[in-house]
Ligand binder design. Structure first.
Ligand SMILES: NC(=O)c1ccc[n+]([C@@H]2O[C@H](COP(=O)([O-])OP(=O)(O)OC[C@H]3O[C@@H](n4cnc5c(N)ncnc54)[C@H](OP(=O)(O)O)[C@@H]3O)[C@@H](O)[C@H]2O)c1
Length: 344
């Protein structure tokens, strides 16, 4: 028997990617329903070789839907996810609305798939922030091998991480620079074309941004609360693909050669590290791909047991839509969906 799956936010960057990934991976769905706001009602979106007509979320009845892949922002999720879960439909949510709740599992299947069983408390599972997803995929096998003490990370995040309007803003500003047109700002606080902005999400009292805080809180929740982590999150004028420069201190020695061997064997990772011109991965090349790519693995000789590496992934895929679909696959492969109806 196949499942009935609803994609909420189907007209957005992540929602459209979810539909592509469900089709690519031949997800066992009998029916896929595309939902968005009333603004998009009747709009068409593609799903494999089919076209789906978008329906309005607030007019849809979830009572016979098994899984809801939610990617419509935090406010919409806060309003709808608990109601949908209460109807026995499992919500896998891409927003930050429930990520830090102790009764909602936060899952990256390569890292903590076993934690998924806690979903029956609310029928909600959270997907991490895009920059955290690729980071924990890389850190998990290294943590298992040599126990991470501290991580210092700087991110180089593409504009698609801020939604479809942000991509239009980069495009329009870039065109305006070349045509001497007016540079209009909307989503970003400074010009993003030919610039970098050290500010993602809102500022917190301690001077960090919420994006930096999320990297810390989510890594601790999924990997190990004992890991110390400090972050600087930066927006760069790239359309798709987040890059991260990562510095790690371990409890025990771990050579670059051994780390390379471990990362090569780890799920979801491809190591491209030739120590020559072009022998590393960039966001442009990672766009449209599923893997988390690791390059530039080298010793940090300024600390005991230190390593540096470069980590790149498609933020719309592993950072959002792919991870969400992988979580849905864990639910199905472990035969957990019947527990959702019992819990409702
Ligand atoms: N982009 C990333 O890398 C990334 C990574 C991880 C998590 N996320 C999270 O995923 C979510 C979506 O991100 P995105 O980049 O896809 O944004 P987006 O391109 O701006 O798309 C937003 C989607 O949400 C829908 N929506 C907005 N308000 C709604 C409402 N009241 N009812 C129903 N649908 C509504 C929109 O529908 P309309 O077209 O009808 O307005 C659209 O389909 C956000 O929570 C974001 O934080 C994004």
């Amino acid at each position: 028997m196949g499942y009935k799956v609803a994609v909420v936010g189907a007209t957005g960057n992540v929602g459209r990617e979810m539909l592509d990934i469900l089709a690519e991976r031949a997800f066992p769905a009998d029916e896929v329903v595309a939902l968005a706001s009333r603004r998009s009602q009747g709009q068409e979106v593609s799903f494999g070789d089919k076209i789906l007509k978008v329906k309005a979320l607030d007019a849809y009845d979830f009572s016979d839907t098994d899984i809801c892949l939610m990617s419509a922002g935090g406010e919409t999720s806060k309003e709808w996810s608990p109601r949908i879960g209460a109807m026995g439909c499992v919500v896998i949510d891409n927003s930050s609305a429930f990520r830090y709740d102790s009764d909602v599992p936060l899952i990256v299947p390569e890292v903590n798939a076993d934690a998924i069983v806690g979903f029956t408390k609310r029928n909600i599972i959270a997907n991490p922030n895009c920059s955290t997803a690729q980071l924990v995929v890389a850190l998990k096998p290294l943590h298992d091998a040599a126990t991470i003490k501290r991580v210092v990370i700087s991110t180089y995040q593409s504009v698609s991480g801020a939604g479809k309007e942000a991509m239009d803003e980069l495009f329009n500003q870039t065109r305006a620079v070349f045509t001497a047109g007016e540079i209009r700002q909307g989503k970003f606080t400074k010009r993003i074309a030919f610039n970098v902005i050290p500010h993602i999400d809102v500022f917190m009292e301690d001077g960090y941004t919420k994006e930096e805080w999320k990297l810390v809180a989510e890594t601790k929740k999924m990997l190990d609360p004992k890991i110390k982590l400090t972050a600087t999150a930066v927006r760069v004028p790239v359309f798709i693909g987040h890059a991260e420069a990562v510095n790690v201190e371990f409890e025990r020695p771990l050579s670059p050669e051994k780390a390379t061997e471990i990362l090569r064997a780890a799920p979801g990772i491809l190591v491209i590290d030739k120590r020559e011109d072009g022998g590393y991965m960039t966001p442009h090349e990672a766009a449209g791909e599923d893997a988390t790519y690791i390059s530039r693995i080298r010793e940090d000789a300024t600390v005991e047991n230190g390593l540096n590496f470069w980590c790149v992934s498609d933020n719309l895929r592993k950072g959002a839509a792919l991870n969400t679909v992988q979580i849905a696959e864990v639910l199905i492969n472990r035969k957990l969906l019947n527990r959702a109806r019992q819990a409702a």
